[in-house]
Ligand binder design. Structure first.
Ligand SMILES: *Cc1c(COP(=O)(O)O)cnc(C)c1O
Length: 430
């Protein structure tokens, strides 16, 4: 089908990027399990390598199954192009790579997935990059943290682990004023609940491992480009705005216009970093995305019911769900994620660290795993697991203190989930 913008989300999640297979008529997107593609002739091969013609060369760069998924995610996000990668963490590096150089920094929210905090505070230093972590509720602090070497602002739309909502319009106004892109990790919200590009984001990154696949089968990631950033408006992004020595002097912004970032991601990012998604993973994620809106509606409905029940329970000190009227983020829900505040939140359990560990061990339907966004309900005690590498102060800033348990509410029967939480809280707290 042609991806006319008039199609609704439910139609696009099934059809965008997919056409009946030209060779066989196969209705479902085939898994193109191949490493390489035969060139028509030497001239065709040269045109492909020169990026004068778009086509398939080698599956580290492009693969038809992966391409269908890229187009589907980009369409759902309202972007012009997408590059899929081997994981969400790979997508984050792929998003930063064209923007950064040694000595440059990013300004990142202190409320991020634990692994992202580690990636940004430790690992990227090896590339000569650094991150400044700021409370993104404090807009003046975000603006003040941006300096001449800052090349991006990074946050999550619905932030892990607490489900706090970022005022993307306010943050994108700040990054716009500084002439740098806003990168939004939209993993917890998905494009069904939040469309960051409509709130000014330049790039959207995903861990497709989570809700987009939805069933906990494969890891993957994606970078979506809005196509709206003018890389040539200042001299901060030479890899996109100047002749790129890594691609025999091609100027990506001039040659590819709004698709510059996407082509750079494939032609240089995937070519040289090799963080490629494989076609099997793309297949599983394409299957999952077909039911995204149906699942997200149920995730939200269950999260709403369970968060309310927990809020009224005397064994719980606090519930961070932004879908509760009492949340300081409730006013942002209609603006940022009008279909609901997601299904990820934390609870503060009476009895601290020991009670949390007992709770996690006593749950029967909830699985104790380092994952989120599965059809199954999941639980984790962040302080002893995902946020273990963080200092006590970082844990607190990230909303992952010792008395905090993170819940990822699945699509099971809400009454069963409440009964499970009830029996486990009795064992843990009394
Ligand atoms: C899981 C996750 C990541 C990392 O994704 P992987 O696929 O595990 O590499 C990044 N951001 C958020 C919000 C996540 O939940």
């Amino acid at each position: 089908m042609t991806d006319a913008p008039s199609y609704g989300f439910d139609t696009l999640q099934v059809h965008a990027g997919a056409r009946p297979d030209p060779a066989t008529g196969a209705r479902q997107v085939p898994i193109y399990q191949t490493t390489a593609y035969v060139f028509r002739d030497a001239e065709h091969a040269a045109a492909l390598f020169n990026l004068q013609e778009v086509g398939y060369i080698y599956s580290r760069l492009t693969n038809p199954t992966v391409a269908a998924l890229q187009e589907r995610i980009a369409t759902l996000e309202g972007g012009v192009g997408g590059v899929c990668c081997s994981s969400g963490h790979a997508a984050q590096i792929m998003a930063l790579f064209p923007l950064m150089q040694p000595g440059r920094n990013i300004v990142a929210s202190s409320r991020l997935y634990g692994g992202t905090v580690t990636q940004f505070s430790q690992t990227i230093k090896r590339f000569g990059w650094s991150a400044k972590f700021v409370d993104f509720d404090d807009h003046a602090a975000v603006a003040a943290a941006i300096d001449d070497d800052t090349r991006a602002v990074f946050c999550e739309a619905i932030a892990n682990p607490g489900g706090h909502i970022t005022d993307l319009d306010a943050i994108s106004a700040i990054s716009d004023a500084a002439g740098i892109p806003l990168i939004v990790d939209n993993t917890s919200a998905t494009p069904y609940l939040c469309r960051p590009i409509e709130h000014g984001a330049t790039l959207v990154v995903h861990s497709t491992t989570k809700y987009l696949t939805g069933n906990g089968t494969v890891t993957g990631g994606c970078v979506v480009d809005s196509g709206k950033f003018d890389w040539r408006a200042n001299d901060k992004f030479p890899s996109l705005s100047q002749p790129e020595p890594a691609y025999h002097g091609l100027t990506f912004a001039e040659t590819f216009g709004p698709l510059a970032f996407t082509f750079h991601g494939i032609a240089i990012g995937l070519r040289d970093l090799g963080m490629t998604m494989n076609p099997q993973a793309a297949h599983y994620t394409l299957m999952g995305i077909e039911t995204l809106s149906l699942r997200m509606d149920r995730h939200v409905q269950n999260a709403q019911t369970i968060a309310k029940w927990l809020q009224d329970d005397p064994r719980i000190d606090d519930v961070t769900y932004a879908g509760l009227d009492s949340s300081p983020y409730a006013h942002l829900v209609p603006k940022i994620c009008p279909k609901g505040a997601g299904a990820l939140f934390t609870i503060a359990v009476k009895g601290g660290y020991d009670a949390c560990v007992k709770l996690v061990d006593s749950l029967e339907i909830f699985s104790h795993v380092a994952n989120l966004g599965d059809t199954r309900s999941l639980v984790i005690h962040s302080a002893s697991t995902t946020h273990r590498q963080l200092t006590a102060d970082q844990q607190k800033a990230a909303g992952a203190g010792p008395n905090i348990v993170r819940l990822s509410i699945g699509i099971e029967d809400a009454r069963d989930l409440i009964a499970d939480l009830d029996q486990a809280l009795t064992k843990a707290v009394g």
